[in-house]
Design a protein around this ligand. Structure first.
Ligand code: PGA
Length: 252
């Protein structure tokens, strides 16, 4: 049996009220019902995890967090993996570039991955280079992000998902996203790196997603030709119509 594709929406802070979040979830639940072969997930702002997961309770759409803290105790503003789980979340993005830009380095991301997995959440490790250079330095940059996140945490990688999101391609439009060939090249490299860090068998189980300016216009080509297991969608996931179009483009 071939594995389902995985499409994760990352709302960031685009949806700002619980009412809008609930309305979105209500429509999504109805529209994805007939779409086969795709697992759908939504990474929502932490305060909306309870309302959105309650709304999606009887559907297959999963709900998760956009980050978790790798710390505990006296950490003002922190949200732990256990809190996300209690609120109804089943996964968490870790190491998204917008969090890294706030100063969360590879060591912090490792702590977040461990915290998420230890709490029983699926960690979605986001990696991506800031820029591409002629010498191919982006490959070693990505390898280091993967190695440092997973080092010593291999036993927690059973449910790992990796999302490749080149930072320079985030938040633009379809024509600024990578070509399918570029995505395929990096997906192969990521799987090879995972095989070095984990082992070949475990690495093959890790879905590798692409994110960065995924829109209805490029979703079908990326999924058909990019050699990826699914998509991580930012701005286009905050509009339910375009999100459903992207999910439909991934159906099998
Ligand atoms: P984008 O964001 O789809 O708006 O480029 C993707 C992401 O940052 O997860």
């Amino acid at each position: 049996m071939t594995r389902k594709r995985l499409v994760i929406g990352n709302w960031k802070m685009y949806i700002e009220s619980a009412e809008s979040a609930k309305d979105f979830a209500r429509v999504l639940k109805r529209k994805v019902r007939g779409i086969s072969g795709v697992e759908v997930a939504l990474a929502v702002p932490a305060p909306f995890i309870p309302v959105v997961s309650a709304m999606l309770e009887s559907s297959a759409v999963r709900v998760g967090a956009q980050t978790v803290s790798g710390l505990s105790g006296a950490q003002t503003g922190g949200v732990s993996g256990a809190m996300v789980k209690t609120a109804g979340g089943t996964f968490a993005l870790v190491g998204h570039s917008e969090r890294r830009a706030l100063g969360e380095d590879n060591v912090a991301v490792h702590g977040q991955l461990v915290a998420a997995a230890s709490a029983g959440l699926v960690p979605v490790l986001c990696v991506g280079e800031l820029e591409r250079t002629e010498d191919g330095g982006h490959f070693s940059f990505i390898a280091e992000q993967i190695r440092s996140a997973l080092s010593g945490a291999q036993s927690l990688a059973g449910k790992l998902v990796v999302a490749y999101e080149p930072v320079w391609a985030i938040g633009k439009h379809a024509d600024s996203a990578l070509t399918s060939a570029e995505v395929r090249e990096m997906a192969i490299f990521i799987r090879k790196t995972l095989a070095d860090v984990l082992d070949r068998k475990s690495a093959l189980k890790v879905p590798v997603l692409y994110g960065g300016s995924v829109e209805p216009a490029n979703a079908a080509a990326l999924i058909a030709e990019g050699d990826i297991a699914g998509l991580l969608v930012g701005h286009a996931s905050a509009d339910v119509t375009s999100f459903v179009e992207i999910i439909s483009a991934c159906k099998k």
